[in-house]
Write a protein that binds this ligand. Structure first.
Ligand code: C2E
Ligand code: CA
Ligand code: CA
Ligand code: CA
Length: 273
C-alpha cells in the first residue's frame, strides 16, 4: 500500500489529516497522562435554591496536555473508554475527589457533597464496588458526602443494577445525569435506588423562549416531586433561568451564573470571600 507512488501517498497523508492525527496523539498521550500527573479536577458548585447555600460540588476532569494544551473531557473520555483506560482514570477521579472533599472538611470548610461522574462503561468494571469502598475507607469520607452521577444507560445492564443497589446500601448519593436526553423508559425510576435527577443543560438554554423546553423542564420537575426525588438543573447561565427554576420549585441549580468549574484552590475562595 505504501509504495503506490508519491501522489497516492500525498492523498493518503492529507486524508489522514488533522482529525486522525489528533486522535492518535490523544490515544498515545492518554496512556501516560496518569503517571505524568497531567489530570486535574475542577470543581463547580451546586446551589440550593431554597437556602441559597452551596449544597455540593461536581468534580470535572481536565487534561493538561504538554503540547496540545487543555483537552476537553468530551474529547478524551470516549477515547479512554475505547482504549480501556476509563477504569484507571475514573478511579483516579474518585480518589482525588474524595480526598479533596475530606481535606475541605478537615480544614473547617462547610461539609458538602462531592459529585463524581461515572461513565457507563466504568460502571461495568467488575471491581467498581470494591474500588469505591476502598477509596471511601482510605479517604475516610462519609459515604453520604459522595455522589455518583450516572446516566440512564447504566440501567440497561443487570449487573450494573446490582452494583447500583450495593453502592446505595453503602449510603452513597445517586443521581441521573443528562436526564431527559436518553431514550430509556421511565419505569426504572420507581425501582432504582436513585436520589436525584439532573436536568440536562440543553433544556435550560432556551427555557424562556422555547415552549417545548419550558414544558419539558416543568414536567421533569413535577416527575421528580411525585417520585420523591431531588431535582437539579445544570447549565444555568442567567438570572432569568434561575428565577424560572426557583418559581417552578427546582431544588438546586448549577452553572456559569453561579460559577464556572474552577481548580480546588480557587473554589475555596467562594467560601472565604
Ligand atoms: P456533564 O457531566 O453533563 O457536565 C456538564 C458540562 O457542562 C461540563 O463540561 C461543565 O463544565 C459544563 N457547564 C457547566 N455549567 C455550564 C453552563 O452554565 N453553561 C455551559 N454552556 N456549560 C456548562 P465539561 O467539564 O467539559 O465536561 C463535559 C463532560 O465530560 C461531562 O458532562 C461528563 O459527561 C464528562 N466528564 C467530565 N469529567 C468526567 C469524569 O471525571 N469522568 C467521566 N466519566 N466523565 C467526565
Ligand atoms: Ca455530570
Ligand atoms: Ca449534561
Ligand atoms: Ca454527561
Amino acid at each position: 500500500v505504501k509504495d503506490n507512488g508519491k501522489n497516492n501517498h500525498h492523498f493518503f497523508a492529507s486524508f489522514m489529516n488533522d482529525k486522525t492525527e489528533r486522535k492518535m496523539e490523544i490515544d498515545k498521550g492518554l496512556r501516560e497522562a496518569l503517571e505524568k500527573n497531567q489530570f486535574e479536577l475542577y470543581y463547580q458548585p451546586k446551589m440550593d435554591l431554597v437556602t441559597g447555600d452551596i449544597s455540593g460540588v461536581e468534580a470535572l476532569i481536565r487534561w493538561h496536555h504538554p503540547e496540545m494544551g487543555m483537552i476537553s473531557p468530551v474529547e478524551f473520555i470516549p477515547v479512554a473508554e475505547e482504549i480501556g483506560l476509563i477504569a484507571s482514570i475514573g478511579e483516579w477521579a474518585l480518589q482525588t475527589a474524595c480526598t479533596q472533599c475530606m481535606k475541605w472538611q478537615n480544614s473547617g470548610f462547610p461539609s458538602i457533597r462531592v459529585a463524581v461522574n461515572v461513565s457507563t462503561l466504568q460502571f461495568r468494571q467488575q471491581n467498581l464496588v470494591s474500588t469505591v469502598r476502598r477509596i471511601l475507607k482510605d479517604s475516610q469520607l462519609n459515604p453520604k458526602c459522595l455522589e455518583l452521577e450516572i446516566t440512564e444507560s447504566v440501567m440497561q445492564n443487570t449487573e450494573s443494577i446490582h452494583k447500583l443497589f450495593e453502592l446505595k446500601a453503602m449510603g452513597i448519593y445517586m443521581s441521573i445525569d443528562d436526564f431527559g436526553t436518553g431514550y430509556s423508559s421511565l419505569s426504572y425510576l420507581k425501582r432504582m435506588p436513585i436520589d436525584s435527577l439532573k436536568i440536562d443543560k440543553s433544556f435550560i438554554n432556551d427555557i424562556h423562549m422555547d415552549p417545548t423546553d419550558t414544558m419539558i423542564v416543568t414536567t421533569i420537575i413535577n416527575l421528580a416531586k411525585s417520585l420523591n426525588l431531588r431535582v437539579i438543573a445544570e447549565g444555568v447561565e442567567t438570572a432569568e433561568q434561575l428565577q424560572f427554576l426557583k418559581q417552578h420549585k427546582c431544588d438546586e441549580i448549577q452553572g456559569f451564573f453561579i460559577s464556572k468549574p474552577v481548580p480546588a484552590r480557587e473554589f475555596e475562595m467562594v467560601w472565604t470571600k
